[in-house]
Design a protein around this ligand. Structure first.
Ligand code: C2E
Ligand code: CA
Ligand code: CA
Length: 574
């Protein structure tokens, strides 16, 4: 009897321990949202544990046969690896680093297993754990996507494009093939961004990028570099995989409006630069750079066009880079001087005034024309200190002459749009005027017609303020820019400078004569003084006198000269 009681007690103690262990294992199983499948090969039984229904809500597993139901739950390519894992003595899944993807298309499951063996080495029990790793996997995919693609357009990003282009070039080297790069830039994108907002700007970038993606293919890479810049590479171009074909398609597309989600219609134009391996460059980044340089040439020539790489473009570019470097040094060392070119009244050949023109002799003693370096200085911002230096030095010399000669003349200064756009421009100018105590009425600021048109509102506002102080404003190079007479009305200007190109041909060309005369008549009606630029011959002078042009500037009556010479000229006038 005692013996029996002892056995019952022992059994109940063992049961209690088993229940405790089971509780513990159940708890462990239920953590981390795992599911388990337990297979007993000896008894041919299976059991599902923990969060089974989270993974396979429609699959009930009661015996070994039911395991096949799981195949319908995973994407096709994972069926065989899963089968191996369920039935063989395998502990690892033979696929995608131990992961399977469920049919729902978004759940990624990591599968891991453990096996028990008998003394003879046969598998007896197997447990497979299913763990949801979708969050990690999807995040990882997103990161991978972002490493290769541009999120806005879905095109290759710059880094990946460079890698793929390097592959193209490597193969082209082996196969003696050609690789062409098209550098595509939307014209006036800044205006869209500034004028319509960056949301519209982004939409333009996106829509145009989506359009370009139609060219993407085995031999064509299409990428979005940044902002409004795209790059296309073509391996061995020909037929409908050629620059000409793609450019034609782009032209057709941009002539049709892009419809924004705001309902606005937008017409675009693009500038394209083309460079070819191996002709332009043999290295990937050099090739892209060449295409970019050529694209800038297209911009310079009036946008909305395509330009092809050639050697002079590169040498021009390299010369500009060298000028840019020297320019920074020159600003630092103040290696500039100023020449003054006299202007005369046509009627009596009396001196009207002089235009200050900057001169730069570089360290090698070579003169570099302002027509060459001023645009570069405008681009890199050095025009601001250079321009201020010209203003102050010219006014200083002018004051010296005035004191010696008491002549009533006008000092004309060329002002770049970049200077006008600076918030402190007017204050600085007024500061210099005050410092040298000059009469603002004796100063004239020249602004080129084309840059005035580009920044019309802001510059005309500043012109009005300057005129209120008595400073004269002159419209330079008239006829080379917008060339519309109608917008002249209401412009806050005093003087119109008729561009040299009109004067050059007015004697020989009937049409130019008609235009020149119309400009002079119109300017007079609007109350502007007229100055003809670049007058080189007596014949031109006579003609301009006849048609009533007020003033003359040109080599005929005086070249730009150093300040000592202009002082002599002024002394003679006394
Ligand atoms: P611009 O303002 O149209 O100046 C007139 C240019 O024509 C000057 O060239 C002058 O030397 C030249 N010129 C004058 N008369 C004749 C002529 O009868 N025949 C010929 N063939 N040329 C003549 P330059 O000095 O080389 O200046 C070129 C341009 O550089 C200027 O054109 C002006 O736009 C710019 N520039 C010059 N100095 C400055 C400056 O201090 N600031 C800014 N922003 N621009 C300047
Ligand atoms: Ca000028
Ligand atoms: Ca001019």
């Amino acid at each position: 009897m005692d013996e029996l009681r002892y056995r019952v007690d022992l059994l109940s103690a063992m049961n209690q321990r088993l229940t405790n262990d089971e509780k513990m294992y159940r708890l462990i199983c239920n953590t981390s949202n795992n599911a388990f499948l337990y297979v007993n090969f000896v008894e041919n039984t299976v059991k599902t544990l923990a969060n089974w229904s989270f993974y396979f809500p429609e699959v009930e597993i009661r015996d070994m046969k039911d395991l096949a139901k799981l195949y319908s739950q995973v994407e096709d390519k994972y069926v065989l690896p899963l089968r191996d894992l369920l039935f063989l003595e395998k502990t690892e899944l033979n696929a995608d680093s131990g992961m399977i993807k469920l049919k729902d298309g978004r759940t990624w499951v990591e599968c891991e297993s453990a096996i028990l063996y008998d003394e003879d080495g046969h598998a007896t029990d197997k447990v497979i754990r299913f763990k949801d790793i979708s969050k990690f996997k999807n995040q990882n995919e997103e990161l991978t996507y972002m490493a290769y693609y541009d999120v806005l357009t879905g095109l290759y990003n710059r880094n990946y494009f460079v890698r793929l282009l390097s592959d193209f070039i490597r193969t082209a080297e082996e196969e003696n093939a050609i690789v062409t790069v098209m550098f595509v830039d939307i014209d006036d994108f800044r205006k869209i961004n500034d004028g319509m907002g960056i949301v519209v700007g982004d939409e333009v970038v996106q829509q145009f990028g989506q359009f370009l993606s139609i060219f993407q293919g085995e031999d064509i890479l299409v990428s979005h570099f940044n902002a409004d810049i795209y790059c296309i590479a073509i391996y061995n171009p020909s037929g409908n995989k050629s620059v000409e074909y793609i450019y034609k398609k782009i032209q057709e597309r941009v002539k049709k409006p892009f419809i924004m989600s705001t309902g606005q219609d937008l017409l675009l134009s693009v500038s394209v630069g083309v460079a070819e391996y191996p002709e332009a460059a043999r290295l990937t980044l050099d090739l892209i750079n060449c295409a970019e340089i050529v694209m800038f040439k297209a911009k310079k020539l009036g946008k909305d066009s395509i330009q092809y790489f050639d050697a002079p473009i590169l040498s021009d570019f390299l010369q500009n880079v060298s000028i840019e470097n020297k320019l920074k040094e020159a600003v630092f060392n103040q290696n500039f001087t100023i020449n003054f070119q006299p202007q005369y009244y046509t009627a009596n050949k009396k001196l009207r005034g002089m235009e200050a023109l900057i001169r730069w002799r570089d360290n090698d003693g070579k003169m570099i024309s302002p027509a060459v370096f001023i645009p570069i200085a405008e681009k890199n911002g050095t025009i601001v200190p250079i321009g201020m230096w010209v203003i102050e030095e010219s006014i200083k010399s002018f004051c010296g002459w005035k004191k010696k000669t008491a002549c009533e003349v006008i000092l004309s200064l060329n002002i770049s749009a970049i200077q006008y756009m600076r918030a402190d421009f007017i204050d600085k100018l007024l500061g210099i005027i005050k410092k040298y105590d000059v009469n603002p009425k004796e100063l004239e600021l020249e602004i080129t017609e084309s840059v005035l048109i580009e920044n019309f509102k802001e510059i005309t506002e500043k012109m009005c303020i300057l005129r209120d102080y008595g400073i004269r404003i002159s419209l330079d190079d008239f006829g080379t820019g917008y060339s519309s007479l109608s917008y002249l009305k209401g412009l806050p200007i005093d003087t119109l400078k008729v561009d040299k190109s009109f004067i050059d041909t007015s004697i020989t060309d009937e049409n130019t004569r008609i235009i020149t005369e119309t400009i002079i008549v119109m300017a007079k009606k609007l109350g502007f003084e007229t100055v003809a630029e670049g007058v080189e011959t007596e014949e031109q002078f006579q003609y301009l006198d006849e048609i009533g042009c007020d003033c003359i500037q040109g080599y005929l009556l005086g070249k730009p000269m150093p300040k000592e010479e202009i002082e002599q000229l002024l002394l003679k006038q006394m």
